[in-house]
Design a protein around this ligand. Structure first.
Ligand code: GLN
Length: 488
């Protein structure tokens, strides 16, 4: 058996399993052992499902012998703890769901399982996916494998850290304003947020329904293509799922970049962007250009409004989505209530953390009579202007490229008491969510030993373009192959 199974990508592991170099049980045992060794330092998992994983691996090995192997047969994966998993704790990073064992599987979980994937566990995350640093998790912050006193980003920080530290070759994530792409950038991994409606949200605990989208964190675009092909597709159980043909994403990787029109947004390189991060991104753009891509500047006059717009729309939707967690219908229930009001108040007071409460209060305020027009309606109008900016830009270019995040990973504790600074982490990623567009981050360098991401956004259903672009770039660079020193 190869000793370095954890070092291999999903695609390499798939080939190894196929050749019979090792079994899924051997692979699963190796990764579970690795999780056991490193988990204490990272806190990337909320639940490790060792027994279930080994049982699934055994079934996968048997299926291979029987000639019934699915595309992902025997390949390990971890799920962000926002996806419902039958019979397994699903906490959403919150005390509110500390003891919630889901009676059903999310569609994403189900599809990956049908294809043969083996679930290693559920990853840590910001509470209800609200955050950019993983510090709002009830289960404590996740550490960045590149520097343990730094944040891995959020809210899919557990997934990103687990992939970066080679505890799993891939993990699911969700992205409402940047929660797949920003942690991918901060951990040197590849993060893909598909088009809104591309992947089913059934069984994915809702944060802001008009923005939420499921996606993946991997170590290469090739691996992302493999997983997206399984996850994507119409689901009648999700009313926002769209009937649109699923492309052969792996085949899409092989095209060249010759003639690809790449839009650069000037404001993305203005103040606010760390100078060294900017330099790394510019070098990556030069690499795309060397492959025949044509760089053009595009104007997006309303993009500066995306963070304030998001912080009206997302809290508004979250205040409505989270109303079900009241101790009666769902979630933590306070003990010995005096009356019904006391039960509601204390259950919600105890179950939710500070950031979630802040969002619920903001959301309730912007939706309240008298303020609805001034805030919520206005934000929806601005959202249209931002979507229009993208629409106009995509008349001239095929993809928009820039930085994923304004800085590399920051120290745990540095931003948590300053919500505005924290919110600005997603300044480059939020636009894609407001417009429902697919976006991706791939590693493009380091600043002081910490990874930096290149952000790509494509028109609706443009996942193939993103993956082709990412894959081409990854063939010419080795940033995505770098491994944090303590996790070789
Ligand atoms: N960081 C953003 C927020 O706190 C985005 C979160 C997300 O994409 N889930 O809301």
């Amino acid at each position: 058996m190869a000793l370095d199974l954890h070092a291999q990508t999903l695609t390499q592991l798939a080939a190894g399993l196929e050749r019979g170099d090792f079994s899924s049980v051997e692979l699963t045992e190796a990764l579970l052992a690795r999780i056991e060794t490193h988990e204490q330092a990272l806190n990337a998992f909320i639940t490790v499902t060792g027994d279930q994983a080994l049982a699934a691996a055994k079934r996968a090995d048997a299926a291979r012998v029987a000639g019934a192997a699915g595309v992902l047969n025997g390949l390990p994966i971890a799920h962000k703890d926002i996806f419902c998993t039958r019979g397994v704790l699903t906490t959403c990073g919150s005390r509110m769901l500390e003891n919630f064992v889901s009676p059903y599987d999310a569609t994403v979980v189900e599809r990956l399982a049908v294809a043969g994937a083996v679930v290693l566990g559920k990853t840590n995350m910001d509470e209800f996916a609200m955050g950019s640093s993983n510090e709002t998790s009830y289960f404590g912050p996740v550490k960045n494998p590149w520097r343990l006193d730094c944040s891995p980003g959020g809210s899919s920080g557990g997934s990103a850290a687990a992939v970066a530290a080679r505890l799993t070759p891939a993990a699911t994530g969700t992205d409402t304003g940047g929660s797949i792409r920003q942690p991918a950038a901060l951990t040197g991994t590849v993060g893909l947020k598909p088009t809104y409606g591309r992947v089913s949200r059934y069984g994915m605990i809702a944060f802001a329904s008009s923005l939420d989208q499921a996606g993946i964190i991997t170590r290469s675009s090739e691996d992302a293509a493999l997983l997206l092909g399984v996850m994507a597709g119409f689901d009648e159980r999700d009313s926002t799922s769209i009937e649109h043909p699923v492309a052969d994403y792996t085949a899409a990787l092989s095209g060249s970049l010759k003639g690809l029109r790449v839009g650069i947004v000037r404001q993305h390189f203005d103040e606010g962007l760390d100078e060294q991060c900017g330099a790394a991104v510019k070098e990556a753009l030069a690499v795309l250009e060397s492959q025949g891509a044509i760089l053009t500047e595009v104007d997006m006059p309303n993009l500066d409004l995306s963070v304030p717009t998001y912080y009206v729309v997302a809290p508004a939707e979250c205040s409505s989505n989270l109303s079900r967690f009241d101790g009666m219908r769902f979630g933590h229930r306070a003990e010995n209530p005096e009356d019904l009001l006391d039960l509601y108040c204390r259950s919600r007071g105890e179950g939710f953390g500070a950031e979630v409460k802040r969002r619920i209060m903001t959301g309730t305020y912007v939706l309240s009579a008298g303020y609805y027009d001034a805030y919520y309606l206005k934000a929806q109008q601005v959202r249209h202007l931002i979507a229009d900016d993208f629409h106009k830009a995509f008349a001239e270019v095929d993809v928009i490229a820039g930085p994923t995040s304004p800085t590399a990973a920051f120290r745990l504790g540095d931003k948590i008491d300053d919500p505005i600074t924290m919110y600005l982490n997603d300044i480059y990623t939020i636009g894609a969510n407001l417009a429902g567009l697919p976006g991706m981050s791939t590693p493009c360098g380091f600043v002081d030993g910490l990874p930096v991401g290149l952000h790509l956004v494509a028109p609706h259903w443009g996942e193939e373009t993103l993956l082709r672009c990412g894959h081409n770039y990854e063939q010419l660079s080795s940033w995505h192959q770098a491994c944090p020193e303590d996790f070789q």
